[in-house]
Each structure stands twice: as C-alpha cells, then as structure tokens.
Ligand binder design. Sequence first.
Ligand code: ZN
Length: 437
Amino acid sequence: MKPLLFTDEPICQENYLACGDGNCIERGLFCNGEKDCNDGSDENACDIETDPNRAPPCDTSICKLPDCFCSEDGTQVPGGLCNVGPAGADCQNVPQMVTITFDDAINNNNIDLYQEIFNRQRKNPNGCDIKASFFVSHKYTNYSSVQFMHDMGHEIAAHSITHNDDEGFWTDAVVDDWAKEMAGSRLIIDKFANITDNSVVGLRAPYLRVGGNNQFTMMEEQAFLYDSSITAPLQNPPLWPYTMYFRMPHRCHGALQNCPTRSHAVWEMVMNELDRREDPTVDEDLPGCAMVDSCSNILSGDQFYNFLTHNFYRHYDQNRAPLGLFFHAAWLKNNPEFLDAFLYWVDEIIESHNDVYFVTMTQVIQWIQNPQNVDEARNFEPWKERCNVEPKPPCLAPHMCKLATKELPGEALHLHTCVRCPNNYPWLNDPTGDGFI
Ligand code: ZN
C-alpha cells in the first residue's frame, strides 16, 4: 500500500500527509522507520525520489565551503578550480588525490604488509610519506599496531565492534545500534591505541551495508565527520565527495544500500566504482566494482596494473575527483603478484607525476574545504602533518591481555595494547572493558 502523496486536491491540512487509507498523519512521521499509518503506508515510499522529508536538490547559493559542498551532478570541482562540461575538463591545476584504504582488523596478519607498502621511501610531491586510511573493526585487532599506524600519520577510522555478519543487521539497525557499534568502536580505538587527538572521525559500514537515515542521524549525534560506505555506479566523469545537507547527486546503488534521504551534516566520501573492463575501448556491459577485491575478473598482476593505470587516468584526465583504492589486506597478502603490480604502479605514479598525492580521507576533506592548486598544494599545512615519522614501536612490550566478556560467553579473547589491560574484553555494552552493572 502506497501513501496518497500526489492527489489533485490536498487531502490533509498543512504539514500533514495522507496514508494509503486516506487518514492524515504528520509529515515528519513519514519515513521515520516506524509505521504510523494503520496500513503502514507511511514507510512504503521512502527512497531519494519519494520520501516527503527528503533533502532538497543541491542549491549552490546556500551550500558554501567550508562546511557544505555539492554540485547538481556531483562531478564539479571544489573552489571552481576548473570547468567540467560536456566538452571535457581542464583540470591540470587540481592536485590528483589518491585514497588508499584498508578495512577490518589490524594485527600480525597484515601489519608487515602495511609496513612494506608504507615503507617511508614512497613520498608525495611535498616530501611527506604517502598516507592511507584504515577502517578498523574491533575483534582480533592489535591496538599497539593501531597506535603504530596512527603514529606514522595514517588515519584510523571506525568499522564497528562486532562486524556483525548478518548483513541485513546493518541495513535495518536503529540509531542506538549504530551508536553502540561505531561510537563504541571509536571509544575502544581511542582508549586502547591511546589516540588523544580526536582524529577518529570517519566510519565505514561493514559489507558497505549503508544504514540509511538511522546511520546518518547517529553520525550527527555522535559528531562523526564522514562516512565512506555509499557506492556510486561507474560513471564518467567520476564523483567528488559531497556533504549530505542536500540530495545525493547519484542514484542509490542497488537494494543492498539503504541510502539516507534526509538532510544530514555529514561528509560522504563516496566510493566511485572502478572500471574493470579488460579493454575499455570496447564498450562491453560490465558493471564496476567498489572494493578492489570484488573486481573478480582481475586474475594476473598485469591485469591489475592495467586496471590501476586505466582508472587513474579516468580520474586524472577528467575532473580529478579523488581516486579511491579500497582494499582488504588478505587480497594483497594472498596474491603476491597483485602486491608487486600495486607497488610497481604506486612507484611509477610517484616517479612520473608531481601533482599526485596519496592522502587520508580527512586530508581530502581538508583540501576540499580549502582548495589549493598544484603549486599551493606543496605547502598545504594539513598535508604536512606527521610528514616523515621515524618508525618506532609505541611501547617496548605491549600487554597481551587474556580476557573474556559476558557478552560473548565461553570465548577467550586477546587484546594487545600499550595501555593497561582492562577487566573485561571490550564489547558493545562495555566498550571500556571496565565492567558494567
Ligand atoms: Zn569489513
């Protein structure tokens, strides 16, 4: 049953709308996640096109930097540094940003990989080490390793406590579930990786199962700066990140992503799908892929190298939207050929381009808020933070805490940290591990 939103004569008084059965309820009750009409129809027309409380389309006379950024089709460049039009783009003045991210636990299975990639030989044109962002889930994470990666200038962001493998959980989770998972994850990271600079400001939903308005309402309430879970279908030119005050500039990708419809004070570091066509000059109908390891047709190092090169120039030669390369460590660990190709490609880019920067998600936002051309970028202060850091372990001997929690009965769990061991294994209802009553 659909609500009666479009009738010749309005059925209801102002600020009320009609349910499918003709009863009027307050406009704000539509698409709030609870059935308020007797027939439940107020929750039946709630996508970006139909939610009566949806955010308005981008209005650049209201949406101004540094706190708001949008464009009608999502492809325009912040600060008007160049024009992007049907005839192409003229963006040589815009530094090309590349965001490498890794998801899930950081521990002994992958810390050596991260040290190999971020080996302090690979530098941005400003002389600083290349940087990446890590979306960290809690279970199996070694927090002394998280502390090390943070000390080295990489960004740590939240990826939930439980990484609940019931994927539908994330789609339907209420605001409080999202808060426990993500604000809880941030609290655990801050405490056990001893992060005191409030730099955990981003999050990614497990399985990219975006949680709609509930997720974004939580993010506002808990003062998260950005999400990076929404995927955009492969398109040319690709999309720049945007704020969620206004309607998102692309369609929501598939039924698995529950995109927010209302206005939210949150940045979206949109995940542009990558083009995985073996021969991009042939227009075969192959959908893009968001996480690199879901581009399942990549089978050899050469294919991966060609894939990286093609997608890089798809950004570099068009509107220079940040190029996102989103990984799980295992994909590179289990396929040394892919790792070799990846490092070869990174080194080649660094060697041959003086306008390409491997930066964190937060550094992308800082640039968008204060756009710098290629010349200015070399001295852009936010990109010089923790420029070159001498790698040293955050403590001589991390504590190896053997712990348990009533929330996971019977499980013996380990937590590695440079701070003192808590009483219990930190979990949803006891993120400090101090115990709860
Ligand atoms: Zn994950």
